[in-house]
Design a protein around this ligand. Sequence first.
Ligand code: CNA
Length: 280
Amino acid sequence: DDSTPPATLSARTLPALADYITKSGTCKKIVIMSGAGISTSAGIPDFRSPDTGLYANLARLDLPYAEAVFDISYFRRNPHPFYTLAQELYPGRFRPTVAHAFIRLLADRGLLLKHFTQNIDCLDREAGVPEELIVEAHGSFARQSCIECRRAFPHDEMLRHVQAATVPRCLNETCGGLVKPEIVFFGEALPNEFFAHAMLPREADLVIVMGTSLTVQPFANLPRAAGRGTPRLLINLEQVGGLGGREDDVLLLGDCDEGVRKLAKACGWSEELERIWRET
Ligand code: CNA
């Protein structure tokens, strides 16, 4: 709780956190956990924000319930709503945000142990975060395959379908199953890569959670995997996932881009951050 003094930080404030990162000599491995909120300023709506979120704006797709658009059993019966949405959300139409540039900055400085993201928009890759430092917990639009026989489907063919909002079918004619981007739908398992790295937060010297409601399991458990005494910073519009409940938790409630700018400034990294952002 708020009254317990921190174990690792000198205080539960941004300047104390910046000192820990830049001066303590012990903050070498940073794990970031992110969600849709780091991409909203790029123009991609999140799911759950009232009014602006995707779920509040799906009436036109005539779904039985909002989540159906990403539900595998619904997709089998009716893949059209998903492909209508895919046309709007497909990578290539959006530019990385300042928050993505900050993740790149940490990678450039050799401080990024891993970026766990729930996002499927590939904006971290586009910002130049090395692929091997990213765990796309819910998959991404980077690959696509048949949901029946798992055969891979060519990227250029996929682009053609997405642009026309038509539904691709497996190229294996004896199969003919529905093809979908390898983003994880409700009812599907997370990639093995997620489980292979799920305990990595234990090794972190700092965890930064940003732009996520932390409501989707098992991702929502990641911040808890960090050891006690490992500072955890939350940058989000609202308080989520019990963050703030440990003595080394720091809350930066507000916009993600603003939050990373404040943190970068406190660390003396403002120019570097703006340069990376301009160049991405
Ligand atoms: P969510 O449940 O919609 O929550 C978003 C969170 O971010 C909320 O707590 C918001 O308050 C917060 N938020 C929104 N905008 C900002 C902002 N500018 N600054 C700070 N905080 C902000 O989304 P989650 O990612 O938590 O949910 C997990 C789902 C959403 C995953 O399965 C994703 O695949 C899926 N999703 C991804 C994208 C994307 O790839 N960009 C877009 C929409 C949904």
